[in-house]
Design a protein around this ligand. Structure first.
Ligand code: GDP
Ligand code: ADP
Length: 175
């Protein structure tokens, strides 16, 4: 099974991904041209690359978000999918590409949260006001929330992290 986690910035996608990893799923680590945030190590959150390297890497899907490129390489999928369940964090376009390529093997999890919480969490994470503004604007302009309808599971993350993990446990049992 391929779990694709999608949803607006600050919703809790990374946390859900980490939790699924703690349950033994392998992560498809994306490539991106975005600069690392403090504490993000190359090869862990992302493979941080320049545009040239990004463009010359064969990918299953790719997308542009807030001025940076993101995508999952063919090599990540080839190396990890044969070993068991995997998880990837992508935007809505990525989720759609995975569904198109891998059909019923894919489960899309949409993580959502109130704008107030999104703002607060991005602030806490240390994002600059400009970055927060761009991400909230993107959420509005791309009608990101409308994509909830496309997801297999919707996880609203407006409560504690424990509650979030409990919701994820429930959906793993439902599969
Ligand atoms: N299509 C696609 N989108 C991705 C990929 N990796 C991350 N994204 C999306 O890129 C957007 C920005 O990610 P990031 O810069 O880490 O910011 P964050 O969402 O605020 O943590 C998010 O909507 C992610 O879901 C990928 O491999 N493919
Ligand atoms: N339910 C929650 N309670 C408290 N903090 C949270 C909760 N969900 C997420 N966070 C925090 O908010 C920030 C953004 O979450 P993250 O998983 O990085 O979001 P995303 O990957 O969707 O942008 C992180 O610092 C995370 O620890």
């Amino acid at each position: 099974m391929i779990y694709i986690i999608t949803g607006p910035s600050g919703a809790g996608k990374t946390l859900v991904g980490e939790y699924l990893k703690s349950k033994g799923l392998r992560e498809l680590v994306s490539h991106t041209t975005r600069a690392p945030r403090p504490g993000e190590k190359d090869g862990e959150a992302y493979h941080f690359v320049d545009r040239e390297t990004f463009q010359s890497t064969p990918k299953v899907e790719e997308s542009e978000y807030a001025g940076n490129l993101y995508g999952v390489s063919r090599a990540e999928v080839d190396a990890k999918l044969c070993l068991g369940d995997v998880v990837a964090v992508t935007d809505f376009r990525g989720a759609r590409s995975f569904k198109k390529h891998f059909g019923d093997e894919v489960r899309v999890i949409f993580v959502d949260s109130s704008v107030k919480n999104l703002r607060q969490r991005m602030k806490k994470r240390g994002d600059s006001p400009e970055n927060i503004r761009r991400r909230i604007l993107h959420r509005r302009n791309s009608r990101e929330t409308g994509h909830r309808l496309f997801a297999d599971y919707i996880v609203d993350n407006n409560s504690s992290i424990r509650t979030l993990y409990r919701k994820v446990d429930q959906l793993l049992r439902r599969r």
